[in-house]
Design a protein around this ligand. Structure first.
Ligand SMILES: [Zn+2]
Length: 141
């Protein structure tokens, strides 16, 4: 971790503090390009937007996938005040971002929470292989 990494990580924490002060959950993130320029910043707006997906990491991953060429996205670094959750990690992987630097780990966050409200859905599958695979077959060449 470099001095620049710590500088950007402190900005992510600052965004988290600002989110909390404005009534949102305390999480913030920014995306930095290969040249060190800040490309985008955001914070958690789950409460404000009434949207369970409004995590800053997911919003920045969507922004990057929409705005950046894949080779540019691969050279970016996301700085985030907390380790991305599973939803955001998946979006980050799909967006092609090159690196993620986080402050709090999910384990450390869990220790700071008084209650854990995570539930795990039942995943039932695979099933109907012939029908489902016919829809996909030949699409990826
Ligand atoms: Zn998340």
């Amino acid at each position: 971790m470099t001095m620049d990494d710590e500088k950007h990580l402190r900005r992510a924490i600052e965004l988290a503090v600002g989110a909390r002060a404005s009534g949102d959950a305390p999480f913030g993130s920014l995306l930095v390009g290969p040249d060190g320029a800040v490309l985008a910043e955001d914070h958690n707006t789950v409460l404000r937007d009434g949207d369970i997906t409004a995590h800053p990491e997911l919003k920045l991953a969507r922004w990057a996938a929409h705005k950046l060429a894949p080779e540019t996205a691969a050279g970016t670094t996301m700085y985030t005040s907390c380790q991305p959750c599973g939803m955001c990690q998946g979006a980050i992987e799909r967006s092609g971002l090159g690196r993620v630097v986080f402050a709090l780990s999910n384990e450390q966050l869990g220790e700071l929470k008084r209650t854990v409200t995570t539930t795990t859905p039942i995943l039932d599958g695979p099933a109907l292989y012939d029908e489902a695979s016919a829809a996909v077959a030949g699409y990826y060449v």
